[in-house]
Design a protein around this ligand. Structure first.
Ligand code: SAM
Ligand code: SF4
Length: 423
């Protein structure tokens, strides 16, 4: 077996285990205890982050694996009002936050409501950091100035590819590759971090197209790029959407090797196994920076000390539950200690480093003992090494990329059933 074959086989095996583990997250209970969420920790704002999901877009990309709906202004205004109420429920329970991650959908789709919502956060919390997702279509000098003034530190613009033929094949209607370059240039330097999202392993995408995308990203001197391996999309209404229901992974490693060679070995820092930055930058992964997080909005999930919570994906139900004064949580699961340990290991190693001391504080034990089999496997194959921290080696990066993707793929199965059933 060549090194490359071994690396692919290892990643597939670890991915398969992760998907099986991820499926356990889906064995959810709908008898959500009342109140579902424990009390916040005495007003401390440094232990959990807040993820805010804005599920509206002006056009819907067929490949997209997130909970998103076609933008409707009246509905979106009602949604923002509900979001404030939902955050208020957490404040009433003693929660305080300082780091905020807006994801979507397209959070900037209705700027006046978004800015008003950020004001609301500032009135209630000491805001330290805000990360915001958007698309190139939303970006113009006024929007950039407004987001900057509101205190957004990290702006992430979905590009997917600069190649117009590929964008067309993707059914991505937010603008051309040239336009994306223009908008990135407009944003670059205006925020602590500007990130561009790309997708790889798309069915018609060639390695050459991808190499050009990576080269263009480097030439333009953008702070950060996140490369998402194509993941199955749960939406199946149109023929195009059905096409992304299953994903062929045979060329995936070839794409990933381009990223490793051009960026990782080209002086970029791996902030995660699929996010590469010039220097130290903020990242979008609230699951890595924080062990615990709350998700608000339709289709968000939360994780608190071993309990996994899922909000309703349905806009109608979201309205109803908030109007009834209830947290819109429709299912939950308490992880076993083993599941919790493995989830912790996955998220930290996906973020490239696991700190044994922090592990000890959370789990009251030694990481090499509690995760003996898992870490022995990783160490034996040279995927991680341990000095003070346990860090992922270049050899291990593709395995972590596949493991995270498989975990998300399992979550997509959940998304699919919740979107289909409007749960
Ligand atoms: C949920 S979107 C939100 C940001 C913005 N609406 C956009 O289109 O970029 C964030 C990123 O997720 C990635 N993404 C969406 N669907 C995906 C899929 N099926 N597989 C892999 N990545 C996906 C895209 O790179 C996208 O930029
Ligand atoms: S990729 Fe972005 S713009 Fe496209 S549907 Fe998904 S969230 Fe909306």
């Amino acid at each position: 077996m060549t090194d490359n074959q071994l690396s692919t086989a290892t990643a597939r095996f670890a991915g398969w285990v992760t998907r099986s583990e991820g499926k356990k997250f889906l064995q959810l209970r709908s008898d959500v205890p009342e109140p579902a969420i424990p009390l916040g920790k005495g007003g401390r704002d440094d232990w959990a982050s807040l993820y805010i999901h804005i599920p509206f877009c002006r056009t819907l990309c067929p490949f997209c694996c997130f909970n998103r709906y076609l933008f409707d202004e009246t509905q979106a205004r009602r949604y923002f009002a509900n979001l404030k109420k939902e955050v208020g429920f957490y404040v009433d329970r003693g929660f305080r936050f300082s780091d905020f991650y807006f994801g979507g959908g397209t959070p900037t789709v209705l700027m006046d409501e978004l800015l008003d919502f950020i004001d609301f956060l500032k009135k209630n919390f000491k805001v330290r950091q805000i990360s915001m997702e958007t698309t190139q279509r939303e970006i113009n000098p006024e929007v950039i100035a407004a987001l900057k003034k509101a205190g957004v530190n990290r702006l992430s613009i979905g590009v997917q590819s600069f190649d117009n033929d590929l964008l067309k094949a993707m059914g991505r209607l937010v603008g051309t590759g040239e336009d994306a370059i223009e908008k990135l240039k407009m944003a670059q330097g205006q925020f602590d971090t500007v990130n561009a999202d790309f997708i790889f392993n798309f069915p018609t995408q060639t390695i050459d197209q991808f190499k050009k995308d990576v080269a263009t990203f480097k030439e333009r001197g953008i702070d950060q790029a996140t490369f998402y391996p194509l993941m199955p999309s749960p939406h199946k209404k149109s023929r195009l959407e059905r096409r992304f229901h299953k994903v062929d992974t045979s060329r995936e490693k070839e794409f990933y090797d381009v990223i490793l060679k051009e960026l990782y070995q080209g002086g970029y820092k791996a902030s995660t196994a699929w996010c590469f930055s010039r220097g130290n930058r903020l990242i979008d992964e609230y699951i890595i920076d924080y062990d615990d997080y709350i998700g608000v909005g339709a289709g968000s999930v939360g994780f608190l000390n071993g309990d996994f919570f899922v909000n309703t994906f349905s806009l109608g139900k979201y309205d109803e539950m908030i109007a009834g004064g209830k947290l819109p949580i429709v299912s939950w699961r308490r992880l076993s200690e083993r599941e919790h340990l493995r989830y912790y290991m996955l998220t930290k190693l996906f973020g490239m480093s696991l700190d044994p001391e922090k592990f000890r504080q959370r789990f009251n034990g030694d990481v090499n003992r509690k995760l003996f089999w898992e870490l022995s496997f990783f160490k034996m194959l040279g995927l991680v090494k341990q000095n003070k921290n346990i860090t992922v080696t270049p050899k291990g990066m593709y395995t972590l990329c596949v493991m995270q993707k498989e975990f998300f793929a399992a979550l997509n199965t959940l998304r699919e059933s919740y979107i289909d059933g409007q749960i």
